[in-house]
Design a protein. Structure first.
Lengths: 351, 293, 237
């Protein structure tokens, strides 16, 4: 047992070191490094690579929203592709028909998805687990059908979809459109990240987790479960809608068949592989969604999806808590390992 | 009126397909506590195996039963090889493994057999059955009969045999099951084998109607899933009912509601189901589980 | 008397936390042994260790045979019935199905049928509730069902994890009375973990006191009851 009365400033006890390693400084430092690397990628990468990274960030934004809903609040949605589609079409229609600036269309897309998500969240209160998955699955299935529906064709362009132009960098910045959109997306991702972080670390986050882990107990503690659940449905739809809007701008094209059930399934894959209930998990997930199909294709052109499936299974067997969970355990081990080499046990042996 | 009845009948025929697979989903749920998204692709793969056997000159019914044996063994192997390692993992982790399996089966089937559509034989005669002015497809009737027979056998198996009881127990509470001496791993393996077997039956009954291709089950699985949830995931009979209900509703909505047509009929059927779920959140025949605080 | 169950030097841990530090205890053939201790002392872990549900080191001898390291299913087949913490009934199955499962490993149909009648004699309420889902039973009825299910195994040794937990005093008395009958008439040995020390000491012939994973006191139940420290800490007067 450490019975040191010396202040930790002069002699760092192992316990203090553990606390420091578990504290915020290493994380902040790591994030700063990641950010610097991310910001310098346009210097070294081709425009096409940059475009792929931009898409990965966009997926990360959508996954962040979905993770708020599934990971933190325990509501299972197989239908977030629908919100992605609503966001994308909102932007495309506003730019194509009314020539509105793309920045405004993103705000509009987010707002519309917030409202639609909130409204969808209200009936969803009555159903849980797999039944909620079915209801949201219906949403995902219906989306391409509605987008193709002949009465809406005047707006949606039917099966053909809508083509839009890529925006130029503003303020005379010396960037080509791909580079500009990369930074633009990175900035929004950062904003989404910070907002999400604040949301889950505060009172709201505790309420969400309480509802996920024990709805009845949460209710009896005075948490308005109905309000929180439908609100978080709205917020998660907002994130996904913003991501959808960005994707329309970056890809310059929307069409019904980009928003099939598979998109929604990939989102769920992304958050689970990235790490449920982890904010950083969304980023790993975004990269998984964007790049693993390419890798699978490179390994076997004959049966790429079999390779992808094997990837999924191996990931889940090795890291059942996702990449974020795996890294957290690894980090923990590392700290414990250091302590063990200091000749101390990390925890008292009795509880 | 006659055309209405004819629409109902053809709805029942497609509903029979959904019902068969919905039943397989519920069975695996009963014996493993998971909804297996790869079920449809496993069924498709089994059907390809029987197609290979039949093509090699094996008589239909021998190929049929041989496929059942192979499917059962395959299900057991998948459980013992892959699923057992995620048995204690969070539900969504298991779901992702299922999605992985789905992709593997689909892709490998396409790779071995190509994505070309193949004709699959029906064991039933081709003369249409006429009742009054209604015409029934003999294969539809046969497939429905097979579904109902399988349902009856399963009901008896789970209800009255001690093996069936042990399988239900192992799915519900593995720890207590061990404490009464049930070999839980073996039971879960059997559950997968059984579900794969039912899936194989469904696949071989469906293939003559929708033709055989690697994607034949994708759409049907969603209907089956919806049908199973609609009837109540805890009830095999409910799942069969849900499947038939979905087939008929979809068909009637497509033919009688003018602005819907074929474009939106799936959406309409799903919306109806969601609305029903809002009223009865555990499905029509589902048991309402009591949650204790 | 010879020992039916002999535990020596038993150690167990969950992750980094060691729960049992070398426990020695025994249950005599036909006897009732009780283990007293506060929450978190390791009582439940000890019972789970006997049934092979936690990894342990040390040795566990049952009827002269090493059973540590064996699979739970195999240990159960040797005639050890475990009534777990929280009762562990199959809530979605009917009462009758729960009892049928209790006899899952047994082949002799006649004796199972006899036992089926016998547990209903002990717990007539289970007969009334035969077709009901176990999850809908009251706490007391669930505990009765859990014990009845363990008896359907035809056990030589019964492990009971806090049979009085969360039950009304009158129900507790009834259940303990039945346990005594089962022991005296059928010679079933028992290892009973309890927080209600005075009840357990009345029932048992031998008692151990477990504190943070170590046996700190043991002796005939009579003697333990007379011990001042035990009386103050566990009986409360």
């Amino acid at each position: 047992m450490v019975t040191s009365t010396v202040t930790p400033k002069t002699i760092k006890s192992p316990a203090a070191r553990t606390a420091w390693l578990n504290g915020r400084y290493p994380r902040v430092a790591a994030m700063a490094v990641v950010l610097v690397v991310a910001a310098s990628l346009p210097l070294v990468m081709s425009d096409y690579r940059l475009f792929q990274f931009t898409l990965a960030y966009i997926y990360a934004i959508a996954l962040l929203g979905l993770n708020l809903l599934i990971g933190y609040n325990g509501q299972f949605s197989l239908g977030h592709g629908a919100f992605f589609a609503i966001g994308a079409y909102t932007t495309a229609i506003m730019i194509d028909r009314w020539d509105i600036g793309y920045g405004w269309t993103i705000i509009a897309a987010g707002a519309i998805c917030l409202v639609v998500g909130f409204l969808f969240g209200i009936p969803a209160l009555r159903i849980e687990g797999m039944y909620l998955a079915l209801a949201t699955l219906a949403l995902a299935l219906a989306t391409p059908q509605f987008l193709k529906y002949h009465l809406f064709e005047g707006w949606t362009g039917g099966v053909q979809g809508i083509v839009i132009d890529k925006p130029e960098a503003p303020f005379g910045l010396p960037l080509n459109p791909d580079q500009w959109l990369y930074f633009f997306t990175l900035a929004i991702l950062l904003l989404a990240f910070v907002l999400g972080w604040n949301l889950v670390r505060g009172r709201t986050g505790r309420a969400l987790v309480a509802i996920r882990d024990h709805r009845i107990a949460a209710q009896s503690m005075g948490i308005n479960t109905a309000l929180y659940k439908s609100l978080i449905f709205g917020v998660s739809a907002l994130y996904t809608g913003v991501a959808g809007a960005l994707s329309a701008i970056v890809i310059q094209f929307v069409a019904p068949d980009s928003f099939t059930l598979f998109l929604s399934i990939f989102f769920v894959v992304g958050i689970v592989v990235g790490g449920l209930g982890s904010i950083t998990g969304a980023i790993y997930g975004g990269f998984f969604i964007q790049f693993v199909p390419n890798i699978a294709d490179a390994i076997s052109q004959a049966a790429p999806w079999a390779i992808y499936g094997i990837f999924l299974i191996v990931f889940m067997l090795v890291m059942p808590l996702g990449i974020a969970g795996f890294l957290a355990i690894l980090w923990h081990r590392l700290i414990m390992g250091r302590l063990a080499s200091d000749g101390n046990e990390g925890h008292p042996t009795e509880t | 009126m006659e055309s209405f009845l004819q629409q109902v009948v053809s709805g029942l025929a497609t509903g029979g397909i959904y019902a068969a697979l919905a039943l397989a989903l519920v069975m695996i749920y009963h014996s493993t506590n998971h909804l297996n998204f790869a079920q449809g692709e496993m069924a498709m793969f089994s059907t390809y195996i029987s197609w290979s056997l039949i093509n090699a000159g094996v008589p239909y019914w021998i190929a049929f039963f041989a496929t059942l044996v192979i499917a059962f063994a395959g299900g057991v192997v998948i459980e013992r090889l892959i699923i057992r390692w995620v048995e204690d993992a969070p539900v969504l982790t298991v779901v992702i493994v299922f999605i992985g399996l789905l992709m593997i089966f689909n892709s490998v089937a396409g790779w071995i057999y190509s994505y070309d559509i193949k004709v699959f034989p029906s064991p039933f005669p081709d003369q249409p059955i006429q009742i009054g002015t209604l015409y029934l497809g003999p294969h539809d009737v046969g497939a429905i009969a097979v579904t109902l027979i399988v349902l009856a056998i399963l009901f008896l198996f789970f209800r009255y045999t001690s093996l069936g009881l042990a399988m239900r127990a192992a799915a519900e509470n593995p720890e207590s099951s061990r404490l009464v001496g049930i070999r839980v791993g073996r039971m879960l393996g059997m559950g997968w084998g059984l579900a794969a077997l039912i899936g194989a039956v469904a696949g071989m009954m469906v293939a003559p109607i929708v033709f055989l291709d690697p994607n034949m089950m994708a759409g049907i699985l969603i209907y089956a899933f919806a049908g199973a949830m609609f009837g109540g995931i805890s009830s095999p009979g409910g799942a069969v009912f849900g499947g038939f209900f979905l087939g008929v509703t979809e068909n009637l909505a497509g033919s009688y509601i003018p602005f819907i047509g074929n474009e939106l009929k799936l959406s309409v059927a799903l919306v109806i189901i969601v609305v029903v779920l809002l009223v009865r959140p555990s499905g029509i025949f589902g048991k309402v589980t009591v949650s204790r605080v | 008397m010879s020992a039916l169950l002999q535990i020596s030097g038993l150690e167990a841990q969950y992750g980094l936390t060691k729960v049992l530090h070398g426990v020695d205890c025994r249950v005599e053939e036909g006897g009732i042994t009780t283990i007293l201790g506060a929450n978190g002392a390791g009582k439940t872990t000890l019972l789970r260790a006997v049934c092979g549900m936690v990894k342990t080191s040390g040795s566990i001898l049952y009827a002269g045979q090493r059973i540590d390291g064996k699979a739970t299913e195999d240990i159960v087949r040797l005639g050890i019935g475990h009534v777990p913490e929280g009762r562990g009934t199959f809530v979605a199955l009917t009462v009758e199905e729960n009892l049928r499962l209790g006899a899952y490993t047994r082949k002799e149909k006649n004796k199972v049928a006899q036992d089926y009648e016998r547990v209903h004699r002990y717990f007539p309420v289970l007969l009334q509730r035969r077709q009901q889902q176990a999850g809908t039973l009251s706490g007391g009825e669930q505990q009765m069902l859990a014990i009845a299910r363990a008896l359907m195994l035809g056990p030589k040794l019964l492990l009971l994890d806090e049979p009085s937990f969360g039950l009304a005093p009158i129900v507790v008395l009834e259940i303990f009375e039945i346990m005594r009958t089962v022991n005296q008439e059928e010679g079933v040995s028992m290892l009973v973990v309890e927080q209600n020390a005075s009840l357990a000491l009345n029932l048992a012939d031998h008692a151990y006191v477990l504190e943070t994973g170590r046996i700190v006191l043991d002796g005939p139940a009579e003697e333990i009851r007379g011990d001042d420290a035990v009386r103050r800490s566990y009986i409360g007067y």
